[in-house]
Write a protein that binds this ligand. Sequence first.
Ligand code: BTN
Length: 251
Amino acid sequence: MMNEALPSPFRLIAYETIGSTNDEAKRLAREGAAEGLIIRAERQTSGRGRRGRNWMSPPGNLYFSLLLRPNCRAATAAQLGFVAALGVAGAIDGLAPEISLRCKWPNDLLANGKKISGILLETEMAAGDKPDFVILGVGLNLASSPRDTPYPATSLAEEGAPGIGPAETLAGFAKHFVDWLTIWREDGFALIREAWLAMAMGLGEPIQVRLERDTLEGRFLDLDDDGALLLGLPGSSRRIAAGEIFPAMAG
Ligand code: BTN
């Protein structure tokens, strides 16, 4: 276990190796840890992605989980994934401004069109409709990226920005995230949604949405207040709460 400084309100516990930073953050949250705790690891042996996938976690990339205790409805807490995506975008832009960044629904980031970061948001409920806590787990490829992924992946090094380390990247995230979180707390989702949509991949364009069992094709119309994607279909529209988007096949 190592310790490195982060600005208030963050408190960092850093590990060389851990199973999953999300699992450790969740364990400490259940024991009553306060909001602002960040668990970071140099490598994970059981890193988890969305939709039950593994998140390959060799040394050199950034892996961390942040504990929040928002005072809102569970559906509203999903907005925090977009707040976090803007924090990650700010960190990347500060370190490698030459890279073209896009937000990919729901909470991924693309660098020059390839996935560079993913976010795993996990919520545990208290009584009623209030989350007890939310864990925001962030993976950001700095030195390397996996092959054979559903969406092509990349890293800062592969996009021409080598030598950027996890600790400085996390510090950049903390700085930007805190600003977006303040906006979210004081003004709600409107500005977050606007900033995210301004960077969104495929907005207004034909996209393919892969659901658990189905694949849909339509136009990416909008993002609603719970962070769901609105997909335009011939004569109707459909609200998509969870899935994976791709540019629609040509032809
Ligand atoms: C995705 O599928 O795109 C989300 C990936 C989230 C990976 C991060 S790495 C740090 C944290 N710990 C985990 O086990 N997963 C998240």
